[in-house]
Design a protein around this ligand. Sequence first.
Ligand SMILES: [Zn+2]
Length: 312
Amino acid sequence: MIYTLSQPSGAMTWFPSDNHPSDKATFELRITVPDSTTAAATGLLIDETTDGARTTTTWRMDDPMATYLAAVYIGDFERVEHGRLQPDGPLLRDYVPGDAPPEIAEALAVTPDALRFLEELLGPYPFDAYGTLVLPFDLDLALENQTLPVHGPDYLTADIIVHEAAHQWLGNSVALEDWGDIWLNEGFATYLHLMFDIEHDGDDFNTFMQQVHAALPSFAGTPPKGITIEELFGASVYLRGAMTLHALRLHAGDETFLQILRTHYERSAGGTTNTEEFLGIVDEFAGSDAVTIVESWLYDETVPDLPLGEPG
Ligand SMILES: [Zn+2]
């Protein structure tokens, strides 16, 4: 089979581009495959033509997309359609291996709930289609390709599905101006998947986050804005990044925090952002003390204390 995984800089190995997350483009992909295989790609399938023993499919992404989020998969896949999330909402379709066991469909069934959970927090889903491509072999990762995240078959838990879905808003629609701000992608997606996994289930989210905080220095203590290139996808940008948002929430309270989250998305939807812009929104809604707290989480060498407070 053929597959692509392009984050952060792999896109240039399969198409010429200005390969930087800040330089988005619309895409049309045309893929010709032998009859024994199926092609899947990011965007909407707009045409399918068979000529003898070959089929050509055309895929369009009219919303601007960073190069690393384009993806192509060719192999023994079945396209599974689920209609639309709402009558005028995104088309839901997954691609699963031809011999996928029933557990795959059971795991993917959380997708509409995940999207509705995120829509409630952030606003309408940003693209025309959504779904998961499940690889037919073990690969310990998932990646948020625009409209079509790819998951290894063991990476299909609800929290990972929510995480990749959250990136459609934060990471894909709102892209980075610079990889050095990767915490804006991973910290936010992690916080949202933890909210879905723990808070949504009725468990005590703050107690859980206090436990993560206590363990943070041992495995994710590096400040998210102080990472090296080797730490681009290290635990710090995910977990200390998520804890940065939790500290802000404890300080500012639920209502203000959720306003900040939504405003951060809405102001840069379809474009790009950076940490300074986020801090500007924090200042606008929660004031300079909140900015100081967020900055300490992003820049201080040691892990800060969490503010006293209770999400409520
Ligand atoms: Zn992620």
